[in-house]
Design a protein. Structure first.
Length: 259
């Protein structure tokens, strides 16, 4: 089951509005586009074989692979379609174990011929350089039919997500803009983040850095005298674009300054 959170005060982190694990997993897989594919080794039976793997996603969130018949992972998949795909959130700094990641379990099978044209279009939109080899005779498309997922959102935030929950979820509307929003806030508005973190948490925060943002709020890594921890700061209402997020943050800072 995925973990959900409802509205509540910042003093009770378990009740703060946040996307479900299914939504977070769907967003991460949608934005990352590169992962580690583990197949079952044909040479050493029972052992996992890891490969760096670019991927696309279809409308149901199923990973799409363009792979060569000469690749070892292709040989493995043709013998046993069971595989896993590990997708991680790229970090410019900080502890990678504190970042989000998701492991997708499923069966990776050749895309049926009638569906190849649609898959090809989707894949090339995400990986345009692949046009140089997509039509080579030894390359073909595989699609992972998702069986289960395991999501980790950082230290102490983890849980299983069912395939049905995942397929019914949607990427967060800020998925494409989140990186720019975080970069802007951390580079140009550290004082505002510090103020919001102090007001919303009630703690003597010394440093604050935004680590995630979505339609319902944002996560901040704060440094205090006794160590580092993460806090969640909710928006008063959902936002659906970078412009709405900016307006929301400006309003929150203005209100915090009045306090």
């Amino acid at each position: 089951m995925s973990k959900h959170a409802g509205a509540g005060s910042v003093s009770d982190p378990s009740l703060i509005a946040a996307p479900s694990f299914a939504e977070r997993a769907r967003t991460l897989i949608y934005t990352a586009r590169m992962g580690s594919l583990s197949t079952l080794s044909r040479k050493q039976a029972g052992f996992p074989f890891g490969s760096l793997m670019p991927y696309g996603v279809d409308q149901q969130g199923r990973p799409l692979f363009l792979i060569s018949s000469m690749a070892m992972h292709t040989h493995n998949l043709k013998a046993d379609a069971r595989a896993s795909l590990l997708v991680t959130h790229p970090l410019s700094d900080g502890d990678p174990l504190g970042a989000a990641r998701v492991t997708v379990l499923g069966s990776a099978l050749p895309v049926p011929p009638p569906e190849v044209a649609g898959v090809r279009k989707l894949y090339l939109e995400l990986h345009p350089n692949s046009r140089h080899w997509v039509d080579f005779d030894d390359f073909s498309f595989f699609r992972m039919d998702v069986v289960d997922l395991y999501y980790v959102g950082g230290f102490g935030v983890m849980g299983w997500v069912s395939a049905s929950e995942y397929s019914q979820a949607s990427p967060d509307p800020l998925a494409e803009a989140a990186s720019a929003i975080m970069g802007h806030m951390n580079a140009d508005h550290e004082d505002a983040l510090l103020l919001l973190s102090r007001i919303c948490s009630g703690m003597a925060v010394q440093e604050a850095k935004m680590t995630a943002v979505d339609r319902l709020g944002f996560d901040v890594r704060v440094k205090m005298e006794d160590g580092v921890r993460g806090i969640r700061i909710p928006f008063s209402r959902p936002v659906n674009s970078a412009a709405e997020t900016r307006q929301m943050l400006v309003s929150m800072v203005q209100e915090a300054r009045q306090k």
